[in-house]
Design a protein around this ligand. Sequence first.
Ligand code: KIV
Length: 266
Amino acid sequence: MTTPRNLTQLQLMKEKGEKITCVTAYDASFAAQAVAAGVNILLVGDSLGMVVQGQDSTLPVTLDDMIYHSKMVRRGAPNALIMMDLPFMTYATPETTLKNAGKLMREGMGTMVKVEGGEWLLPSIQMLTERGIPVCGHLGLTPQSVHQLGGYRVQGRSEIDAQRILNDALALEKAGVSLLVLECVPSDLAKRITNALKIPTIGIGAGVDCDGQVLVLYDMLGITMGKTPSFSKNFLIGQDSIKSALQNFVETVKNKTFPDLEHSFN
Ligand code: KIV
């Protein structure tokens, strides 16, 4: 399939067993490189707080930051499917969610928004999808809750936690999300969730059985300051350009050789 332009095409990719690729993008030039390399979705992630702004978490990122970066990504990738994170505390109630998601869609010009969390989000998700804003969920390690979670660690290791994440995933799908990011969960759990859902799952540290994979661009190019997560990989090694590093990522996801066991959790 050529690069999907809409969510129906992503859904078809799941149905055909064709892996979906996604990387974060924060500006026009990198966005254009990712599209030229065949990446299917660009995520304007609030990870920009850490990798672009040098903050120690995603919490300081504002709605204006997200609008600023999303606009640049849209200019570099006029036809791409662009997902934009709603930042910390901009979707704490259904009313604020609607107001802030509406502003991000109108001014940031992406295709959809992403929100982190489970059951408590159901009314907000329904509110957005009923009013025409597509939503991606995000479960497992949700970085905006890093203080509540006690650090950046694997989620869903116990059966009770695994069951809660699976129940949340089913509830998010019922409420209308079109995609679900699963971050830092054991591969078996990600597989269970992927098989239970009709919508595509996009994994990051969640094993090879998700319907697609996402990585933070700066991690996969080896330019993140400090420690890179163990599930990520430097795709620039052995390549002579950023575009070929991105193509390498796309190929290895499509042929299911990434993530391997070394970049997954049991
Ligand atoms: O902000 C981000 O980059 C993300 C990815 C880690 C999925 O949400």
